[in-house]
Write a protein that binds this ligand. Structure first.
Ligand code: PGA
Length: 254
């Protein structure tokens, strides 16, 4: 059975004190997750160990980094390697978020290298894909997302693909308050699963969790997560509010 996942993406937000408070509030709700549910906290690098410590007694709660560098180690001032993240014993790394693609010029082939270093270091990538508004208006979003997957992931064999979580995040819905409809999300998630199935077979395609991201909030999570191929969400803005995010976690389908 596919994991249903509510993943927070804090982006570059919160002070240490605010991070502490937010995690304390969420943990204090004593959420008991069922076996196929996960809550993941994608926090800035300085807060990884804090987050890991805060959630350590919560079954099904995990921590994610928001990025890593393509190289293992060396003279790359300011960068953080997958090996370092692995040594913190965190589970996930968000790879290829559209903000990384846009502001840090990360293309599909760079992301292929990041995916490789993550897997080599036993970290599970939450691989982001998704189209801009003009691509959607031209109705070429399916081809566009397919190319993102092919160029960044399809060099991997099927055993490794099992380690992935994919997040479909249409850029026009990120931080805009404009959510894709549940139907639009389902349509693309089904397409992604078909693309995976064509390459790796149905059994693998059915095992990969595909999250939706883009203005998910407590008020719309249940409807979006209720769709057949939507296995939860990657949540930005609403994950910075404890009660919103707790409601989102509770909206995962069983
Ligand atoms: P948002 O961000 O929920 O604020 O739209 C989602 C994301 O960028 O992962």
């Amino acid at each position: 059975m596919r994991k249903q996942i509510a993943a927070a993406n804090w982006k570059m937000n919160l002070s240490l004190q605010q991070a502490n408070e937010l995690l304390d509030k969420i943990v204090s709700k004593n959420i008991v997750l069922s076996k196929n549910h996960e809550a993941v906290f994608g926090v800035p690098f300085p807060y990884l160990l804090l987050a890991k410590d805060k959630v350590k007694n919560n079954e099904g709660f995990f921590v994610a980094a928001q990025n890593c560098y393509t190289k293992e180690s060396g003279a790359f001032t300011g960068e953080v390697s997958a090996a370092m993240l692995s040594s913190l014993q965190i589970k996930y790394v968000i790879i290829g978020h559209s903000e990384r693609r846009e502001y840090f010029s990360e293309d599909n082939f760079t992301l292929a290298k990041k995916v490789d270093v993550c897997l080599k270091n036993n970290l599970k990538p939450i691989f982001c894909c998704g189209e801009s508004l003009d691509i959607r208006e031209n109705k070429t979003q399916n081809k566009y997302v397919e190319t993102q997957l092919k160029e960044s992931l399809f060099h991997l064999d099927s055993l490794l693909i099992r380690n992935f979580v994919i997040a479909y995040e249409p850029i026009w819905a990120i931080g805009t308050g404009k959510t894709a409809t549940a139907e639009q999300a389902q349509e693309m998630h089904e397409h992604i699963r078909n693309v995976l199935s064509d390459k790796y077979g149905n059994e693998i395609a059915e095992s990969v969790s595909i999250l939706y991201g883009g203005s998910v909030k407590a008020g719309n999570a249940k409807e979006i997560f209720g769709k057949k191929d939507v296995d939860g969400g990657l949540v930005g803005g609403a994950s910075l509010n404890a009660s919103e995010f707790v409601e989102i976690i509770k909206s995962l389908k069983s």
